[in-house]
Design a protein around this ligand. Structure first.
Ligand code: ATP
Ligand code: MG
Length: 447
């Protein structure tokens, strides 16, 4: 008789091996291997090859799918989704605990229910009564919105066949389990099986499915990476639960671009699309030494941000550099540059950078503002509250062009700024006075 082949799978990353291992060679997790049952091996093969056999045909003979969309009832969410919800699509929303995932999706469900579609909200984490409290608070009551507190996938699928739903929300994927798989909810095999079944249902019945996913300490969605590969769209909900602003960012989207972000404000009545977002992240009237304003692009939208710096004498031999919302390596580079070009003794000073509002800057266009904030704190001299700083700083100390300069200047002018320090003159006059600086050393002259 042929010997049965065993398959072991890492429960942290999904790596498979024919032998049990104490430490995963793929992700480094300890004691994470579990042996798969025959049933699990069958399912995982099915998922890997995604099932049915079809014949290939020339692309010239293939008719394109018509992608229709319906609005989610929220301007910001529509923007991130690429113009609305696509029937039959699978959307994964990840975010840290308490950031507002359930709030966002419950409100979206209510909006869609109000537009005449039947919606099913499955919650495995909270009771009906708990969700009702939230629904009352954020005004999400409508007879077309159905609640199902359930953790068993088979029961959810049977409820789906009872009524003609057009939208399904799963809160959250880590708490749902399928009877076909023996392991506990949240394990690789469970998450994969449940998502695979949901995807099958979504494609077959054209129900749009939204899945909430918890994120790990490292900030990625808990469970296997395959989850992100399987779904059509992955969105991350960012923001600190202690602050009111939330950013919804596209990470992958098969039906649209991922360059746009959605910006929300958490209020007692739930999340609202942040109106007039550009002025939310700075207060012009209270600008003190160590603050500089810059404009970053979030998708196609310019956003004014306040960069704060604190430079204080270091009491130890090893000066501290720390940045929140800005790349620490880049900060170290900028400080080394200031030391070399301006002969400033930053090796004896601790330097801290913070971007107000809990936003992360991913562009180099804010370099000049960081430098201005550092110098302002070092000299203890406030920068004028009517000035913005734009420009990338190169390793040689030159200040380089940035993209979409005109858009940024226009936004700053609209918010009442009068002066801009820029790497090059804008093509059209933006209603703001521009001073061109080409060298880091010139910024000191200007100050
Ligand atoms: N009465 C209230 N007033 C203002 N804000 C509230 C109120 N109740 C809840 N919130 C906000 O809602 C947040 C919780 O939102 P929600 O439950 O949607 O988050 P979540 O991302 O689903 O969290 P979890 O991961 O725990 O499921 C709280 O952190 C708080 O900011
Ligand atoms: Mg929740």
């Amino acid at each position: 008789m042929a010997k049965k082949k065993s398959v072991f799978e890492c429960q942290a990353c999904g790596y498979k091996s024919s032998k049990w291992m104490g430490k995963c060679v793929n992700c480094g997790a300890w004691d994470s291997f579990e042996e798969l049952s025959d049933e699990q091996i069958k399912i995982s093969r099915q998922i890997d090859s995604s099932g049915k056999k079809t014949k290939a045909s020339p692309i010239t003979q293939i008719k394109e799918d018509l992608v229709s969309r319906f609005p989610s009832g929220d301007r910001e969410l529509d923007l991130v989704l690429g113009g609305g919800i696509v029937p039959g699509s699978l959307v994964l929303i990840g975010g840290s605990p308490g950031v507002g995932k359930s709030t966002l999706l419950l409100k979206m469900c209510a909006n869609i229910a109000k537009s005449g579609k039947k919606v099913l909200y499955v919650s495995a984490e909270e009771s009906e009564g708990q969700i009702k409290i939230r629904a009352n608070r954020i005004d999400a009551n409508h007879p077309n919105l159905y609640l199902l507190p359930e953790i068993k996938l088979e029961d959810i699928l049977s409820e789906l066949s009872n009524q003609k739903y057009e939208l399904l929300v799963i809160d959250s994927i880590q708490t749902i389990f399928s009877e076909e798989v023996a392991s506990a909810p949240g394990t690789v095999s469970q998450v994969r099986t449940v998502t695979f079944d949901l995807m099958r249902i979504a494609k077959a019945t054209k129900i749009a499915v939204f899945i909430i996913g918890h994120i790990t300490k490292e900030g990625s969605i808990a469970g296997p990476r395959v989850l992100e590969h399987m779904v059509d769209t992955v969105l991350y909900f960012e923001g600190e639960s202690s602050k009111d602003l939330r950013i919804l960012r596209g990470f992958k989207n098969r039906f649209g671009s991922i360059s746009e972000v959605g910006i929300f404000e958490m209020t007692k009545e739930g999340l609202v699309s942040a109106k007039d977002i550009s002025s939310k992240f700075f207060s012009k009237n209270r600008l003190q030494a160590g603050s500089a304003i810059t404009v970053v692009m979030e998708g196609s939208r310019p956003l004014l941000l306040e960069v704060q710096a604190l430079v204080s004498e270091s009491s130890y031999g090893n000066p501290k550099r720390s940045a929140t919302g800005f790349d620490t390596n880049r900060l170290t580079m900028l400080l080394a540059l200031l030391e070399k070009k301006l002969d400033l003794p930053f090796n004896q000073y601790d330097v801290f950078i913070n971007i107000a509002g809990g936003i992360k800057i991913t562009e180099t266009a804010a370099d000049l503002a960081v430098i201005a904030a550092i110098l302002s704190s070092f000299r203890n001299r406030p920068l004028g509250s009517e000035t913005i700083f734009l420009g990338e700083v190169g390793l040689t100390g030159d200040i380089r062009d940035i993209h979409m300069l005109d858009n940024r200047l226009k936004e700053a002018a609209m918010q009442g700024f009068k002066k801009a320090i820029v790497p090059s003159k804008p093509l059209e006059s933006a209603g703001i006075k521009c001073y061109k600086v080409e060298e880091v050393s010139k910024i000191i002259d200007w100050m």
